[in-house]
Ligand binder design. Structure first.
Ligand SMILES: Nc1nc2c(ncn2[C@@H]2O[C@H](COP(=O)(O)OP(=O)(O)O)[C@@H](O)[C@H]2O)c(=O)[nH]1
Ligand SMILES: [Mg+2]
Length: 220
């Protein structure tokens, strides 16, 4: 279990932190060497066009690796752009990005492809993951059932993050919880996939959940 800094609850400590490793004359040199942050793997799943690629891209401090491809006629009737008919690309393998939470913790985000036909990749994607995020478009709740079911079966701690497209939710969070039959232990939060700080706050909820599970404060 990675060691998490208590500063996680104070998002202002997020990222771009620089530790003052100035050498004290009384301290041996060995103790001054900065430790690399603990890598933590997070899986970002959800329905097609829910905002997974946007989420990873908004928060990543490296140029996110994404495998978007133009949708072709072959995907007609298979990849449903739903309320987003202008969406012309789709993630054909995965999204990848990373973000430093503080000097002790670095998140690596793996966004799943939304299409059911890539579900075979999920077993590999979740291996070693600390937790998962199910990104939800509240106007198309049904699309996220496979991700919720998958994380539940895999017993991976996860949260449901409802992407407030342009600040609007088609259903309030309690309705989303009810519709997805989520246990009360699963946090349901609203966020904006395009805004870095909103994505950060959402990820901190997941980290706190994973920490609670690991310390036994919440049932797994
Ligand atoms: N207006 C608005 N558009 C969004 C938001 N989140 C994502 N989008 C757009 O919705 C489309 C689908 O998002 P994308 O991240 O590719 O979905 P994915 O299929 O889950 O990876 C893209 O055109 C995004 O720019 C949002 O919060 N507001
Ligand atoms: Mg995508």
């Amino acid at each position: 279990m990675p060691r998490m800094s208590p500063t996680l609850t104070t998002p202002t400590s997020f990222c771009e932190s620089s530790v003052d490793y100035e050498r004290s004359p009384n301290r041996p040199a060995a103790t001054l060497r900065p430790q690399p942050p603990v890598p933590v793997k997070i899986v970002v799943a959800g329905g097609f066009a829910a905002g997974k690629t946007t989420t990873v891209g908004a928060i990543s401090e490296i140029m996110p690796l994404t495998t978007e491809a133009e949708m072709t006629e072959a995907s007609l009737g298979i990849d449903d752009p739903g309320a987003l008919p202008h969406k012309t690309t789709t993630t054909v393998a995965l999204d990848f990005g990373s973000v430093t939470i503080d000097e002790s913790l670095k998140l690596y985000l793996f966004g799943t492809p939304g299409q059911d036909r890539f579900v075979f990749m999920w077993d590999d994607l979740i291996r070693g993951a600390l937790g998962g995020v199910v990104v939800v478009d509240s106007s198309r709740l049904d699309d996220c059932h496979p991700a919720v079911d998958y994380f539940e079966r895999a017993q991976l701690p996860f949260i449901v993050a409802v992407n407030a497209f342009d600040g609007r939710l088609a259903h309030d969070l309690e309705t989303v919880r009810w519709a997805l039959a989520l246990s009360e232990h699963i946090p349901v939060v609203a966020f904006d996939a395009r805004h870095r700080h909103s994505v950060r706050d959402m990820l901190l909820v997941l980290l706190e959940l994973a920490l609670s599970r690991a310390t036994g404060a919440l049932p797994s």
